[in-house]
Design a protein around this ligand. Sequence first.
Ligand code: SF4
Length: 239
Amino acid sequence: MAKKSARKSATKVGKRKPPKRAKSAKPWTNAQIAEAFRRFQAANPEPKGELQHINPFTLLVAVVLSAQATDAGVNKATPALFALADTPAKMAALGEDRVRDLIKTIGLFRTKAKNVVELSRRLVAGHGGQVPRAREALEALPGVGRKTANVVLNIAFGEPTIAVDTHIFRVGNRTGLAPGKNPLEVEQKLEQAVPAQYKRHAHHWLILHGRYTCLARKPRCESCVIADLCQWPEKTVAK
Ligand code: SF4
């Protein structure tokens, strides 16, 4: 898994053209959507994210560090960082220079070190050293956008949010399950479409599906559990 997880987990997707769909593709029916998630659940009842963390704060930091980087790359750097600083107070005390040095193997490390220390200071000053369970408060922190807030709300607090990264954006468009021109559109379509009982884990099922089966260049349609439901014109099985 570690090798495979070297794929980028948080590539910018806002300006990317949605993958091709058949002109005749129809929206999935509610029964088809429920069936897809029933199969995802049967194959992997308790899906987990791949970013290592100890608590909500270290999860927040790991997600901030994962922007335009890989989970595997982040996981290599964070054990040493979290051993020294697993709370906002400790991270703020560690300071930008030390944090920068500890994460220098991760892309955009200078900006990320600055953001991690500043968000830690703000958590101490404005939130009693706790990660807030509120989208608005999370998105007000430096380096934290909608996707990061969604990941933290989902994994740390069990909220049924769906964070659309490059994998979910591709899967949503390619399959026809949730087509959209940008991540927000795909997120909103999924919000409407995914049955309530599957929302909590939908984010992980779709990311893992995109990361390990519905690959960008060579999707593994032969081992895909939703191949018969998928509407991608170039799928290689169950047409
Ligand atoms: S059939 Fe192929 S293209 Fe469609 S979801 Fe499965 S892996 Fe992706």
